[in-house]
Design a protein around this ligand. Structure first.
Ligand SMILES: Nc1ncnc2c1ncn2[C@@H]1O[C@H](COP(=O)(O)OP(=O)(O)O)[C@@H](O)[C@H]1O
Ligand SMILES: [Mg+2]
Length: 331
């Protein structure tokens, strides 16, 4: 994004050096239910930071507290050094917000959606007309400028919501499940747009329950579950710390998996040089964690076992999540 604009969002001297976001001991309770349970994290400027976790983990709740649309029960939060609870409008002026559910105005055209939204920020019309065209181009929606929102595909609506969030040239973009519900192709188009924003220095804070999205987009992330942080790090660092380099996926048939897993644990545990760690038993398959999965498979064959199918892959954040919580992160 260009930085020349009619906007004055320049931060006071004291906040320009502050982290993009700093949350400490953050708690959110709904009645006696704790949705966010004492989480702390810090996002530096220009970083792409993720909250990865399943449905109900407290991701949207956390995003709403950052975006100054929901109050916190306790803890502290600073966005560019400003407390959203104390100075909501000042915080909102620095943020672009993409909520989990698109809330575009279906009665307006694509272009009008951008301009109307800019008016809420009190931005001048001349600025908005030029900015809308620039953002339509960025969102690859120029050809849809006069279309009605209801005629857009899911991916186009999501890109329009992102374009709209950029109208005030925000320092920080909050994206709540940016690609959930999109098909793989639409998801990749959107990732490409987010890469570009990242390259131009916009701070991205995104939530996802899609591990590939986290691996693709995040410099650093927290894994959250039941309102708590389970782990924090870069995608590669988390995989190194919590999983083996490779995974061997085996199918022996549903009813035989648990029994064979027990036998394999002993057999593989006794072999040197595999970098074997452990086995997870899923309903339909076994996951054998070993740095050298090919060697593990050879050892299994040498012991006379014949899986119905076998697949070798690298560890992913899905494996990290499974290790930390005992559950899979389903899309
Ligand atoms: N307004 C609310 N009132 C009561 N419970 C809520 C409210 N909003 C969210 N929750 C609950 O808080 C938990 C976390 O929700 P949410 O932050 O939406 O999770 P996520 O975005 O990770 O799926 C869920 O159990 C959800 O049902
Ligand atoms: Mg959510």
């Amino acid at each position: 994004m260009s930085t020349s604009s009619a906007l004055d969002t320049s931060a006071p001297a004291d906040s320009s050096a502050a982290p993009a976001i700093e949350a400490t001991d953050l708690v959110k309770q709904y009645g006696d239910f704790t949705a966010v349970n004492n989480i702390s994290f810090s996002v530096t400027r220009g970083e792409s930071f993720g909250l990865l976790g399943p449905n109900g983990a407290g991701k949207s709740t956390t995003m709403r507290m950052i975006a100054a649309v929901s109050s916190r029960t306790s803890g502290t939060m600073y966005v560019s050094g400003i407390d959203p609870q104390a100075e909501g409008p000042r915080v909102r002026a620095r943020l672009g917000v993409i909520p989990q559910q698109d809330n575009l105005d279906e009665d307006l055209t694509v272009r009008e959606n951008l301009i109307m939204y800019g008016r809420y920020f009190g931005l001048p019309r001349k600025y908005l007309l030029a900015k809308a065209d620039e953002l339509l181009e960025f969102a690859q929606l120029t050809h849809k400028a006069k279309a009605r929102v209801e005629d857009l595909s899911g991916g186009m609506k999501r890109r329009l919501t992102i374009a709209r969030a950029l109208i005030n040239e925000p320092e920080i973009l909050l994206l709540d499940e940016p690609t959930t519900g999109l098909d793989p192709q639409a998801r990749h188009v959107l990732w490409d747009r987010l890469f570009r924003l990242k390259e131009t220095g916009t701070t991205l804070v995104l939530t996802t329950h899609h591990m590939e999205e986290a691996e693709q987009l995040c410099d650093r992330l927290i894994v959250v579950d039941h309102g708590e942080i389970m782990a924090e790090g870069s995608p590669a660092g988390l995989i190194r710390e919590h999983s083996t380099r490779e995974v061997l996926e085996l199918r022996f048939g549903m009813d035989r998996n648990p029994e064979i897993a027990a036998a394999l644990e002993t057999e593989l545990g006794n072999r040197e040089g595999l970098g074997y760690s452990h086995i997870e038993v899923l309903p339909d398959r076994l996951l054998v964690y070993a740095d050298d999965a090919e060697a593990a498979l050879e050892a299994i064959h040498a012991d006379g076992r014949r899986p119905m199918t076998s697949l070798i892959r690298r560890s992913s954040l899905e494996d990290v999540f499974l290790r930390l919580t005992g559950r899979t992160l389903v899309d």
